[in-house]
Design a protein around this ligand. Structure first.
Ligand code: SIN
Length: 483
């Protein structure tokens, strides 16, 4: 890996402002999914080191919360600036350990940094209230205080942005964190910590616990009553475990869990917009995002043309190592991810799906998979009920608006949904009827630091980013004053 600043490549954990190896220098390998090569051996911490990180975070949080919001904001702003100054190196680290094309990695660095910039500003806008008192000789006020130390567990698919989306509202509010990055992508997390250190974020405010034993690290965070909040992005199954494990210490929870996004294309949609939006949503990060379109519902009148155009566009995609020029789709993160895609495609084929393009591993070998379009999809197939997390576009035909909405809502999940239509009234009617936390109309990409990100039903709890995101890290205190 060629970096302008090789000192960004850290392989020890970061606890209390210092780089920490594991006991007996235990390490785990981080591999490049594009080549299968080992790129680093990272410190393999466990439960005891997680507790040590919490020990460090507790006093650090108190000192950090005592500083003014303006002061915290200035340090965060420096962190933002240093990330942007090192954006190219951070993008190279990200692509090398995760596989997404370098153009997408560059986009993720800017997206990830935008949360720091945004929440540095939001830190200064935290306000309480003075209420009209119902009792003549009493006055009622509220003010907001940081929840304290929080635990964060982040996924491999956005190794930078899912960290900043959690850490920046937390530290803006005056909290400290103990964060476990995904074992597939710890290098981006450690590089972020290196830059945070250079920016002057005090020791103990951001602690990065790297390790393979995610259940032990997660359980330690959940069981410790000094951790007052857990924030997690990942599967619904793990989200439920963390919630159960946190019940004993009754923590605040933010959970950004699985999706099963419907994308609905109505007859009156502008076909160019619908194709561009579907390509952007479906193939972003090789289909490995929680908000990628998973079930594409297309109305009768536009179905054949849409299927033909989507097939052509999918066939034109360049698949390869994300570091190569022009690559639009990188490898799948690992064998487990690849096998799930294969299972879903085999199940769909066995139940009558027609392969319009792709449908197999890519000739590049490794974990590469062909951009795939399947027609004649039905609700009996696995792809209807669970997210595939891969570059497979399954097309379902429908006739009426009610039918489309009923199929879209027929899932336990409720993260993101997409609609394509030129009718304003349909846009509002359908958006309101969709049981999802986010609806994207006539565009395939909606994520931003300004819009609230989060789901309903089994897709989770809470909202990240936006003016609401900081509230997840604040408690409201009521003060009643007798006069
Ligand atoms: C995710 O896949 O969890 C995040 C996607 C996004 O932020 O757009």
């Amino acid at each position: 890996m060629k970096l302008n600043d090789p000192t960004l490549l850290r392989t020890d954990a970061y606890i209390n402002g210092a780089w920490a190896a594991a006991p007996q220098d235990r390490r785990f390998a981080v591999t490049n999914p594009a080549t299968g090569e080992t790129i680093a051996e990272v410190a393999d911490l466990g439960a005891a080191e997680t507790t040590a990180a919490i020990d460090a975070a507790v006093p650090a949080q108190k000192a950090w919360a005592a500083r003014t919001a303006k002061d915290r904001a200035m340090v965060m702003r420096k962190w933002y600036e240093l990330i942007m100054a090192n954006a190219e190196d951070l993008a190279v680290i990200l692509t090398t350990e995760m596989g997404k094309p370098i153009t997408e990695a560059r986009g993720e660095i800017a997206y990830g940094a935008s949360f720091i910039d945004w929440f540095a500003e939001e830190a200064r806008r935290v306000c309480g209230d003075v209420m009209e008192s119902p009792i003549p000789d009493k006055r009622f006020l509220t003010f907001k205080q940081p929840v304290g130390v929080f635990g964060a567990i982040t996924p491999w698919n956005f190794p930078i942005a899912m960290i900043t989306r959690k850490v920046s509202p937390g530290i803006a509010a005056g909290c400290a964190c103990v964060l476990k990055p995904a074992e597939q992508t710890p290098l981006s997390a450690l590089a972020l910590a290196e830059v945070a250190d250079r920016a002057g974020i005090p020791a103990g405010i951001i602690n990065i616990v790297t390790g393979m034993d995610a259940p032990a690290i997660g359980e330690t965070m959940c069981a410790d009553d000094r951790i007052r909040k857990m924030t997690f992005t990942g599967s619904t199954e793990v989200g439920r475990i963390l919630m159960r494990q946190s019940a004993g210490t009754l923590k605040k929870m933010s959970l950004e869990l699985g999706g099963n996004a419907p994308l609905i294309v109505f007859d009156d949609a502008d076909i160019d917009t619908a194709i561009a939006g579907t390509m952007a949503s479906k193939y972003r990060n090789a289909g490995q995002t929680c908000v990628c379109a998973n079930r594409i519902f297309v109305q009768d009148g536009i179905y054949d043309e849409f299927a033909r155009r989507l097939t052509e566009a999918s066939e034109a995609m360049k698949v390869g190592n994300g570091m190569e020029d022009g690559v639009e789709q990188g490898p799948i993160i690992d064998d487990q991810g690849l096998e799930k895609i294969e299972r879903h495609v085999a199940d769909a084929r066995a139940k009558g799906a027609e392969v319009l393009t792709g449908g197999d591993r890519h000739e590049l070998g490794g974990t590469y998979y062909q951009p795939t379009v399947l027609a004649n999809m039905s609700s009996e197939m696995m792809m209807f009920g669970e997210e595939t997390f891969g570059p497979v576009a399954g097309l379902f035909r429908f006739s009426t608006d009610d039918e489309a909405v009923a199929m879209a809502n027929d899932t336990e999940f409720g993260l993101a949904a997409y609609i394509f239509t030129d009718s304003t009234s349909r846009l509002f009617r359908v958006s309101e009827a969709l049981e999802y936390g986010m609806v994207s109309a006539n565009t395939g990409i909606f994520s931003s630091e300004v819009g609230p990100f989060g789901g309903v039903k089994s897709s989770g709890l809470g909202r990240e980013g936006s003016k609401y995101g900081i509230d997840e890290f604040l408690e409201i205190k009521f003060l009643c004053v007798g006069i």
